[in-house]
Design a binder for this molecule. Structure first.
Ligand SMILES: C[S@@+](CC[C@H](N)C(=O)[O-])C[C@H]1O[C@@H](n2cnc3c(N)ncnc32)[C@H](O)[C@@H]1O
Length: 212
């Protein structure tokens, strides 16, 4: 998965151009911008910085992380206020102890790539970088027949996969899960309050307050 996104770095944002998704995308952008206004945000798997740029327009500070230097290089080239954004290479599954905790936590289009068996562990590590009461948001894709890349196989554990083709002709099998609302709520049970899940046509949004 990490290698696929390194190879796809220069093609990644084309996904945002799909005309039928523009209304939903605009709604997501408003939700993200207002949710983190004035906060210190930890962004996980920031990719090329599409959401980082938006977060930085309202948050007090954004610490944006990703495992791939290829995408971080593109993210660093964005016109963001350097005093309010810092990019750093980090593995989502092995986040270090940081000298501070954050009042906001955000990840866009990351959850769908989480193997089901790793969700709990991942959340434990992610929550460690947050302050109690932090606002958290995950956004990701819903599966829409005719618009989404078809699911190529379902593993015995329920994880689903897609075959993705890049401009260089290479094909990559990528894990891509489409959780239901009850699954999302269950995943954060025990560490969240004020949980909200909204399903738009093309995207879902999970929001909660971190309550350890
Ligand atoms: C679907 S992209 C989302 C990028 C960005 N959040 C966005 O919405 O534009 C997934 C990102 O996860 C990153 N990634 C893959 N494995 C990772 C890991 N173990 N730790 C942190 N980031 C990872 C990839 O490099 C890629 O940038």
């Amino acid at each position: 998965m990490a290698t696929y996104y390194a190879d796809r770095a220069h093609e990644y944002e084309r996904i945002c151009d799909k005309p039928e998704r523009q209304a939903d995308l605009q709604q997501l952008r408003c939700t993200v911008q207002s949710r983190f206004s004035g906060l210190e945000v930890f962004e996980l798997a920031c990719g090329t910085g599409y959401w980082t740029e938006l977060l930085a327009s309202s948050a007090n500070w954004v610490f944006a992380t990703d495992i791939n230097e290829e995408v971080l290089t593109l993210a660093r080239a964005r016109t963001v206020d350097r005093r309010r954004v810092m990019f750093q290479r980090e593995d989502a599954y092995a986040l270090p102890a940081l000298p501070r905790t954050f009042t906001g936590g955000f990840a866009g289009f990351w959850w769908s790539h989480l193997p089901r068996t790793r969700i709990r562990d991942f959340l434990r590590g992610f929550h460690r970088v947050l302050s109690p009461g932090a606002r958290v948001m995950f956004i990701d894709n819903t599966y829409v027949e005719g618009s989404s890349t078809p699911i190529s196989r379902t593993a015995p554990d329920g994880d689903t996969y897609q075959l993705r083709r890049l401009d260089d002709g290479s094909t990559h099998e990528v894990i891509k899960n489409f959780p239901t609302k009850p699954e999302l709520i269950a995943a954060v049970d025990g560490s969240a309050k004020d949980v909200q899940v909204e399903f738009l046509r093309y995207y879902w949004v999970l929001q909660y307050t971190f309550a350890p």
